[in-house]
Design a protein around this ligand. Structure first.
Ligand code: PLP
Length: 390
């Protein structure tokens, strides 16, 4: 039988996370592949979800989201960034950032429109763009003095007459780069000049290190009116299984995204929304302790990977560290990732799967450090075997 899958989705087989997590389960290897924490979110927030279920928050909430969460998001945007979003019309709750991204691209891009994204990119971007019948124009991030960045001339050259939007993920998964004000200025200038919409994926907004500050693109001059800003509770509160995210933006954009979103899922689950409202109001201190804890874990894993012989790019944010495998004598990250459980009892993610040009990322492998210290230490001990192999 012919493949029943529509042609535009055929390039998107099983995601690398499914493949690598299955490999970890089959071999008993330590899973530093998929980015989910192995510890729980704030206890009172978890309790709030349980209470919400017991108290009957079990039917469809309003399409735009539970009013209490929209209000809490609005207050949180104001307190964190000085941005004003009206809870009625400028904020939409979604089923995680993933749905927010897909609904935004589907709502804003006509077939044939072009969307710029920095590669390596979060894998759902390419799929959402393909679903919309739009065209991905990748701009490559490359290491310059130890951190990944883009060439402003390449970014400019990627904009054409059909360019509709730019997807901006900072703090950036998988490279750990947090865009500087100068980098964001380049992006903002281009958006204003060429009348582009910015869709920003800010799921790691609170997870930055070394005092590096996350700057939302919407805070730059002339950008609030053309930015669809996406956040999620998953990474902020270590509840990746809750799939609760939100979109903030000017009313016409949010209305457009909601028009699509209502036919994908209509609304997001009620109990989590009530619990996340509690989180935004009462658990930001927990989040800052979490950030400090993650920073220490980042240091532990980066030191261990460097000692094991990897070239390490020290991340300024996120759950992930990017490495170059060539100092260890390897060249193909995909082949290494598939062999790594046998070589060292560890699972990692080959970064090349996040590129439109895989050859540009063939020698990079991503490791997650959102894991218990003992897990990181054991992984590091195992990986030290790599440089001793004959
Ligand atoms: C985890 C992640 C997401 C998905 O967030 P959900 O809220 O779980 O859908 C989106 N973008 C990036 C960069 C991520 O790392």
């Amino acid at each position: 039988m012919n493949d029943p899958l529509v042609a535009r989705m055929r390039a998107f087989g099983t995601t690398i996370f499914t493949e690598m997590s299955a490999l970890a389960a089959r071999t008993g290897a330590i899973n530093l592949g998929q980015g989910f924490p192995d510890t729980d979110g704030p206890a009172a927030m978890l309790e709030r979800a349980a209470t919400a279920i017991r108290e009957g928050a079990n039917q469809y909430p309003p399409g735009p989201g539970v009013p209490d969460l929209r209000q809490a998001v609005s207050e949180h945007r104001k307190a964190s960034y000085g941005l004003d979003y009206d809870p009625d019309g400028e904020i939409l709750v979604t089923v995680g950032a993933t749905e927010a991204i897909a609904a935004s691209v589907l709502a804003l891009c006509e077939p044939g429109d072009e969307v710029i994204a920095f590669e390596p990119y979060y894998d759902s971007y390419a799929a959402a763009i393909a679903l919309a019948g739009a065209v991905l124009r990748p701009v490559t991030l490359r290491p310059v003095e130890g951190r990944f960045t883009f060439d402003p001339a390449e970014l400019r050259a990627a904009v054409g007459p059909r360019t509709r939007a730019i997807l901006v993920n900072s703090p950036h998964n998988p490279t750990g780069t947090v865009f500087t004000r100068a980098e964001l200025d380049e992006i903002a200038e281009l958006c204003r000049e060429r009348d582009l919409v910015a869709v920003t994926d800010e799921v790691y907004e609170h997870l930055t290190f070394d005092g590096v500050e996350h700057i939302p693109l919407a805070t730059l001059p002339g950008m609030r009116e053309r930015t669809v800003m996406i956040s999620s509770a998953g990474k902020t509160f270590s509840v990746t299984g809750w799939k609760t995210g939100w979109v903030c933006g000017p009313a016409p954009f949010v209305r457009a995204v909601q028009t699509v979103k209502q036919f994908l899922t209509f609304t997001a689950s009620a109990p989590w929304q009530l619990a996340v409202a509690h989180g935004l109001r009462h658990e930001m201190e927990w989040v800052s302790r979490q950030r400090a804890d993650l920073e220490a874990k980042r240091d532990r894993l980066t030191a261990g990977l460097a000692a094991a012989g990897f070239e390490v790019y020290r991340p300024a944010g996120t759950y992930f560290v990017q490495t170059d495998i060539r100092p260890l004598g390897f060249t193909d990250g995909l082949a290494l990732a598939r062999e790594l459980p046998e070589l060292a009892g560890v699972v990692a993610i080959p970064t090349q799967v996040f590129y439109a040009h895989p050859e540009r990322g063939s020698h990079f492998v991503r490791f997650a450090f959102c894991k218990k210290e003992a897990v990181i230490d054991e992984a590091v001990a195992r990986l030290s075997a790599l440089s001793r192999r004959s």
